[in-house]
Ligand binder design. Structure first.
Ligand SMILES: [Zn+2]
Length: 276
């Protein structure tokens, strides 16, 4: 599943190609992804200039000049390919294409069809159902040790569940939660309310570090995730614990095996010696 670094990588890939370009056409090839693709999309976006492209949680947001925003979510298996002028390559599972004035095409491919495209008014975007329950962005200043400590107060749930809960902080998916807690030396099973402010500071720093490092590597190419260019991300080769159950801990002085356990139906990997 594309996580925050992968979505950020997609945004950085499409931005130079479509910013300040005009949309010439929108074509859909299926009637629904996770939800029906509205008939009105074509009318709302055709002929309009792209004014900004950014991310909120794992949503790609494309602001147009007419106070409308295109929202795209990659779901479980979505991928965006940008093709330049004269390139008519076809892709299996193409569900919609946005055509731009510079002859660039944005192609949305999604074998499992859990993705989403919607067009909403830009000025009330974050009041919409899609966004109004979401917590802070992990790479923003609001996500601090103090904030996490407050979130953890009176919570019996494991720290891993707490940082993966989108109401608390967005975009910390399964891979990055495991990796961050290893870096912070905190056991993923630890009850949230037991965490000290020092541990909360360390977790927050680790989440930011892991996400930034992954963005620099173009995300993790687990389950065939690929960048806009079709190149694979590289972060999967840098993972310390995720997917390494039964292997020896990467910390040089530690000889422990990495354990795989299940928390809230998700595989969780950690070192029982390094993480307390
Ligand atoms: Zn270890």
């Amino acid at each position: 599943m594309p996580e925050l670094p992968e979505v950020q990588t997609v945004i950085e890939g499409i931005k130079p190609k479509i910013l300040n370009k005009k949309i010439l056409d929108f074509k859909k090839y299926v009637s629904k992804l996770r939800y029906p693709i509205s008939q009105s999309i074509k009318n709302k976006i055709t002929g309009k200039l792209v004014k900004a492209i950014y991310r909120r949680a794992k949503y790609i947001i494309i602001d147009l000049e007419n106070n409308q925003s295109i929202i795209i979510h990659l779901g479980m298996s979505g991928r965006i390919v940008i093709l330049g002028s004269g390139n008519n390559q076809l892709f299996k599972h193409t569900h919609f294409i946005i055509q731009f004035s510079n002859k660039v095409k944005l192609i949305y491919i999604d074998p499992r069809r859990f993705g989403l495209i919607k067009v909403l008014p830009s000025n009330s975007l974050f009041k919409s159902k899609i966004f109004n329950h979401l917590g802070v962005e992990p790479l923003n200043k609001e996500f601090s040790g103090k904030y996490l400590k407050k979130v953890c107060e009176n919570k019996q749930s494991s720290i891993k569940s707490t940082i993966m809960n989108q109401k608390n902080v967005v975009g910390v998916g399964n891979i990055y939660a495991s990796e961050s807690l290893f870096l912070a030396k905190v056991n993923p099973l630890k009850a949230s309310y037991l965490l000290s402010i020092q541990e909360c500071n360390l977790i927050v720093q680790s989440v930011k570090k892991v996400l930034i490092k992954s963005i620099k590597q173009g995300g993790s190419s687990i389950n065939d995730y690929a960048m806009v260019s079709g190149k694979l991300g590289n972060y999967q080769n840098k993972l310390d614990v995720y997917g390494r159950g039964g292997s020896i801990c990467r910390k040089r002085t530690c000889q422990s095996e990495i354990l795989r356990i299940v928390i809230a139906q998700r595989s969780t990997f950690y070192c029982p010696v390094c993480q307390k």
